[in-house]
Write a protein that binds this ligand. Structure first.
Ligand code: SF4
Length: 277
């Protein structure tokens, strides 16, 4: 693993509309040690520029004193601030336990809360920061990726990601502490018949997304990543189809109410779905 450090010009990045409803994305790191095989980021310029295998390098964004606080203040003066954390890294990847980069940014956010903060991760380490999420009340939504309950499937698609049971336990903990949270079954991977019940016992909100609705190109980017081969490898080809999401949605509607189930980007947008420039 190659770890480097850099002081960025800014932490907040204007989204220019690519993340619906968000004015800024916030990435505490560049690169991601989880290196999921289906990750779209490794085909984006930020990763291609590095010329190193995705998942083998991380750049830690070091902060100058009060840099992020100043940015947040200026952003808030300009209008509504809705932040997506993170769009191209996992803010709770393993080195966060020691680096506390995400926690430091969250402490500033708690001091000067934006209108809304969305936190996306697949790591149970996120529960470490429950004290900060509590300060944000309903201005935060914490989303934990749980694409399947089958560890054999996880090992094929995202072998370096945390075990599934640990993520489900983290969802339970957030729920018990009344932190607005959801399971992001994103992207949907082959799961066992008990999966919906497992999630029902852990969370009140689920977002389903797949390789066709969620890749921004109707499935072309997913095809380019060679994902159909991974489905063939486990003999589950029928799960890699645009129609499969309807079947999955029906399964979830047996245990979740309609207003607890969100499809694709509906599960990721802020409550009012928009922001002012
Ligand atoms: S955790 Fe997210 S950002 Fe990291 S490799 Fe996996 S999909 Fe990509």
């Amino acid at each position: 693993m190659e770890i480097t450090r850099k002081n960025p010009n800014s932490f907040l990045t204007k989204t220019n509309g690519y993340l619906q409803g968000y004015s800024y994305s916030l990435n505490p790191y560049v690169g991601c040690s989880y290196g999921c095989h289906y990750c779209y980021v490794h085909k984006l310029p930020v990763a291609l520029f590095k010329k190193k295998e995705w998942g083998t390098w991380v750049e830690i964004k070091d902060e100058k004193p009060n840099q992020f606080l100043g940015e947040l203040k200026r952003a808030k003066k300009k209008g509504k601030v809705t932040i997506f954390m993170s769009s191209s890294t996992d803010p709770y990847q393993p080195l966060e336990a020691k680096e506390l980069r995400t926690r430091r940014l969250l402490e500033v956010i708690a001091e000067m809360p934006p209108d809304f903060l969305f936190v996306q991760t697949r790591s149970p380490l996120v529960t470490r920061d429950i004290d900060i999420f509590q300060k944000l009340g309903d201005r935060v939504l914490v989303s934990i990726t749980v694409e399947t309950d089958r560890d054999d499937v996880r090992k094929i698609f995202s072998p370096k990601a945390p075990p599934i049971q640990a993520r489900i336990n983290a969802l339970k903990k957030l729920n018990e502490e009344n932190i607005p949270s959801q399971a992001a079954v994103s992207p949907v991977l082959p799961f066992s018949p008990n999966f919906t019940n497992l999630l029902r016992n852990a969370t009140k909100r689920v977002c389903l997304d797949d390789f066709f609705l969620g890749d921004g190109s109707g499935g072309r980017r997913s095809q380019a990543l060679g994902l159909s081969k991974l489905f063939s490898q486990i003999g589950e080809e029928e799960w890699f189809s645009p129609e499969n999401i309807e079947y999955v949605k029906d399964l979830f509607l047996h245990v979740f109410a309609k207003d607890q189930l969100f499809i694709s980007r509906q599960g990721f947008i802020p409550p009012d779905g928009s922001h002012e420039e």
